[in-house]
Design a protein around this ligand. Structure first.
Ligand code: HEM
Length: 130
């Protein structure tokens, strides 16, 4: 009899729900306060509260944890959620700046950090539409 195989996900390695919440919240804290991210902030609605929850929920599933975002009745496909916005290289870089600052605060292994950096760079580049 072999034991049930265990799968370690980036979600677990990051620190589970509390850590993913921290990442999403700190991302928006930086978006709200960094002058370099003012363009990205202006693309968002006035109240970032709902976005803090949505990004936490999306990242939970994206990192291999519970797919909370896609359990929402108002979930959108990732592409169509971003299509209405003009996402150029500057917007992409501002998004990366905020997430990088948030990740810098977390005690991650070099391996996990590299995995996240590479995946987020690919994902944000894929959203660029102008
Ligand atoms: C290329 C850089 C990106 C830009 C410029 C960008 C911009 C935006 C904007 C303007 C919105 C709408 C905000 C609002 O309704 O107030 C949005 C929604 C969202 N973004 Fe991004 N985003 C980027 C990358 C990402 C990435 C990499 C993720 C996830 C890993 C992500 C996850 C989401 C989610 C979950 C929503 C909510 C969609 C909904 O309304 O249900 N975004 N984004």
């Amino acid at each position: 009899m072999s034991a049930e195989p265990t799968r370690t996900t980036p979600y677990d390695l990051l620190g589970g729900e509390a850590a993913v919440r921290q990442l999403a919240n700190r991302f928006y804290d930086f978006m709200e306060t960094l002058p370099e991210a003012a363009g990205l902030r202006a693309m968002h609605g006035p109240d970032l509260g709902p976005m803090r929850e949505k990004l936490f929920q999306f990242m939970s599933g994206w990192l291999g944890g519970p797919p909370l975002y896609f359990q929402r009745a108002d979930a959108k496909c990732f592409g169509s959620a971003h299509r209405p916005f003009p996402i150029d290289a500057a917007a992409r870089d501002q998004w990366m700046l905020c997430i990088t600052r948030a990740l810098d605060e977390m005690p991650l292994s070099a391996e996990l950090r590299t995995l996240l950096d590479v995946s987020l760079k690919r994902t944000t580049e894929a959203l660029r539409n102008c």
